[in-house]
Design a protein around this ligand. Structure first.
Ligand code: ADP
Ligand code: MG
Length: 235
């Protein structure tokens, strides 16, 4: 079995008194595309925030390669090679497309991704490079968010709600770009509402339900029934 590059062990997460994750055990293998599904409020975004240092967790709960990253800051984690395309894009509205992309490069990691490579992946961004990011469509803004993450040259890229709120034709374009992204040897975690999409691009899938892992399996073997049970807790 390949070595896991990312491992969560007994991961808990809290917002004040509210506990959002309970003892989550999960791993990502080198070069693997993993998908995470689950209903609204299940804890998917909380998990993404825990991994990328936007929430702090207990010692030893998140390990990346040989490092315990559970208590590192987001900027320190980015240097280790993790980057996220956050839910809702979170671009800087006062900056141009190009400037938003350059934010990702501040991590200072070298690798195949630079402005030219991102423009090659999403040519529309080069056409719009001097425009304010707010003048772009939702789909184009998602391309900027993906490009910004790539500019950090991560080893592991996390997509939180990759297609939420986007038109089908745009979703198709974004999914078409995925192999070119992941093909450079990256591992990926994809949080996706569209279960068929999630299963079609990933090797393995986890389902979260109310902060707990309710299903783990190979994407081509989990059944619809397994998924409905894991999703909604219906027996
Ligand atoms: N900033 C926050 N403060 C308090 N509770 C939060 C916060 N963010 C999320 N939650 C709660 O944590 C739970 C998990 O939320 P989230 O991780 O966003 O779920 P998902 O991404 O799967 O929809 C939900 O019950 C949500 O209401
Ligand atoms: Mg979410």
């Amino acid at each position: 079995m390949p070595e896991p590059i990312l491992q969560m062990q007994g991961l808990d997460a809290h917002y004040g008194d509210f506990q959002a994750l309970y003892g989550v055990d999960m791993h990502v293998e080198q070069g693997e595309v993993l998908s995470i599904i689950g209903a609204n409020g299940a804890g998917k975004t909380t998990l993404m925030r825990s991994i990328t240092g936007l929430l702090t967790n207990g010692p030893g709960q998140v390990r990346y390669r040989d490092h315990d990253i559970s208590q590192l800051r987001a900027d320190e984690i980015a240097v280790h090679g993790l980057a996220m395309v956050p839910e809702g894009r979170q671009l800087f509205p006062s900056l141009s497309v190009r400037e938003n992309l350059m934010i990702g490069a501040q991590v200072g990691r070298s690798g195949p991704w630079d402005l030219q490579a991102v423009y090659k992946l999403f040519p529309i961004l080069e056409e719009r490079k001097d425009q304010a990011s707010t003048s772009l469509s939702g789909g184009q803004q998602q391309m900027v968010a993906i490009g910004r993450a790539l500019m950090a040259n991560p080893d592991l890229i996390l997509f939180d709600e990759i297609s939420l709120g986007l038109a089908p034709i745009i979703i198709r374009d974004i999914y078409k770009a995925l192999p070119g992204i992941i093909g450079t040897g990256m591992s990926a975690i994809i949080v996706e509402q569209d279960i068929s999409k999630a299963l079609s691009v990933s090797a393995r899938v986890y389902c979260l339900q109310e902060g707990r892992v309710s299903l783990e399996g190979a994407s081509d073997t989990v059944s619809r029934d397994d998924i409905s049970r894991a999703y909604f807790g219906i027996e």
